[in-house]
Design a protein around this ligand. Structure first.
Ligand code: NAD
Length: 478
């Protein structure tokens, strides 16, 4: 498969370089080539989006909704094909990837329906014969910059609300999810999305992202990725006074209290830490366990970890696949080596594939480091879980909040009073009782506190608020 840009309704091949794409489950297999864009491609895409804006933003919202319903239908029809392309490109196990594509379908339908829902409020006037009300209008041309770890759901949870609100989009996907992006754009083109409403530009963040933010006339940017890149996106947007949203890293904790259901908590912690090979912004990476059950919890974790299947992303049975790319592998291995040096290894997963055949990292459970250690403070973004013992709920909450991040957190307990105290005091945008840190549903607000986010939210109503702006209207009819 070769990447192409989709700009103004035309497919083009940019010429600012190319990159071979390797299958992370078997790096001997080259699965495609990326053709990288330069500044002129970005300019064409931003121009096409501007040209398409006036007719798309004036179209009846219900008609825009019809287009989104068609996008959902074609994606649903090709659910398995899209899942396989993504699994081969970035290594998420194919069964998990199918669930992600289904989420994309659900998101499209959710936002399609917004075309006929209320989008304002009547505000009583203090004057006779005056009708005063608000309505939400589009922002204009929106840049959507996405990471590779949710190659289908994240782009759709940005583009669907942006489009239903009447914006046009320039989408820059991550390099390691570009073939998946092309497959999605092909499907959306076949669903009848008018030319220029969605424009796909493949390339490097340093080139395409920078050109979009610094050189082109865009009206807003929605970014998901690392905190470091997000901070530079935010400052570029602030300089131009355009609306921005940055969803960034996490260092999510699960607290397991002494009265927890151990089967439930062990399974949720394993899933939170190791599904997607730990490459979720909401992955569980710190597990804070009350001392009274610390030994028993470790033993249960070791037993369950031995049962999970680690190997090629393309096998249905795989629970932990490879990490996404060579650079991702190098970054995660640095933490795995640090863990072997500074921490105590409690359990290791068994990788069934030959380790050197792909970007495989053995899942690791470690402890024996204090709360200020790099393993406890930095986002690893790989299959590595660090256990921390806690004296009681107070101590557990203190450890949970001792991080610059604030994306998601969970507690496992049968005590409703303790659970509710956790919901009150945990400093995270998504807080859950007896559920893993990952897995917030598509219709609920998604986002973080502290360094995890620009304090905005995605999904649900929150996304509609971001991709639109309020007009206060007043009419005298006396
Ligand atoms: P990244 O920051 O390296 O890249 C994200 C996107 O930004 C990519 O498309 C990249 O090409 C682009 N980019 C890079 N440099 C840029 C620049 N100078 N200007 C504009 N764009 C630029 O992140 P990643 O490695 O793709 O994703 C992993 C990170 O994403 C993790 O930190 C993870 O926690 C985070 N993440 C957060 C959420 C969330 O909702 N909070 C969800 C998923 C992933």
């Amino acid at each position: 498969m070769e990447s192409r840009n989709w700009i103004g309704g035309e497919w083009t091949s940019p010429t600012a370089g190319s990159l071979a794409v390797l299958n992370p489950s078997d790096v001997k297999e080259e699965i495609g080539v990326l053709h990288l864009s330069g500044e002129s491609d970005v300019h064409e895409a931003a121009t096409a989006a501007r040209v398409a804006l006036s007719s798309w933003s004036r179209m009846l919202p219900s008609a825009r909704g019809e287009v989104l319903y068609k996008m959902a239908a074609v994606l649903e029809q090709q659910l398995n094909e899209v899942a396989v392309v993504a699994s081969r490109e970035m290594g998420k196990p194919v069964a998990e990837m199918r669930g992600e594509v289904k989420r994309g379908v659900d998101l499209l339908r959710y936002y399609a329906a917004e075309g006929v829902r209320q989008n304002g409020a009547v505000i009583p006037s203090t004057q006779v014969s005056v009708l005063q009300y608000t309505r939400r209008v589009a922002l204009g041309v929106v840049a959507v910059i996405t990471p590779w770890n949710f190659p289908v759901a994240i782009p759709i949870w940005k583009m669907a609300p942006a489009l239903i609100c009447g914006n046009t989009v320039v989408w820059k996907p991550a390099e390691f999810a570009s073939l998946t992006a092309v497959k999605l754009a092909e499907l959306f083109a076949s669903a009848g999305l008018p030319a220029g409403v969605l424009n796909l530009v493949i390339g490097k963040g340093s080139v395409v992202g920078t050109a979009l933010l610094e050189k082109e006339e865009i009206d807003a940017v929605s970014f998901t990725g690392s905190t470091q890149t997000g901070m530079s996106v935010a400052s570029a947007a602030a300089k131009r006074n355009i609306k921005y949203q940055t969803e960034m890293g996490g260092k999510n904790a699960a607290i397991v209290l002494a009265d927890a259901d151990l089967t439930l908590s062990v399974n949720a912690v394993l899933s939170g830490a190791f599904r997607s090979a730990g490459q979720k912004c909401t992955a569980t990476s710190r597990v804070i366990v009350e001392k009274a059950i610390y030994n028993e919890f470790q033993a249960r974790l070791r037993d369950e970890l031995a049962r999970i299947s680690c190997g090629s992303a393309l096998l249905d049975k795989t629970y932990v696949g490879p990490v996404a790319s060579k650079s991702q592998f190098a970054g995660v291995m640095e933490y795995a080596n640090l863990a072997q040096k500074d921490a105590r290894v409690i359990a290791k997963g068994n990788v069934e594939a030959k380790l050197e055949s792909g970007y495989y990292v053995q899942p690791l459970v470690v402890d024996g480091v204090d709360a200020s250690h790099r393993l406890v403070q930095e986002e690893v973004f790989g299959p590595l879980m660090t256990l921390l013992p806690a004296d009681n709920l107070d101590h557990a909450l203190e450890l949970c909040n001792k991080t610059v991040y604030g994306l998601s957190a969970a507690v496992f307990t049968r005590d409703i009073t303790k659970g509710m105290r956790f919901l009150d005091e945990a400093e995270a945008g998504m807080v859950r009782i007896n559920l893993e840190t990952a897995g917030v549903e598509y219709q609920a607000p998604f986002g973080g506190m502290k360094m995890s986010s620009s304090h905005s939210r995605e999904q649900g109503q929150a996304a509609l608020d971001f991709y639109s702006q309020l007009k206060t209207c007043a009419v005298y009819y006396g």
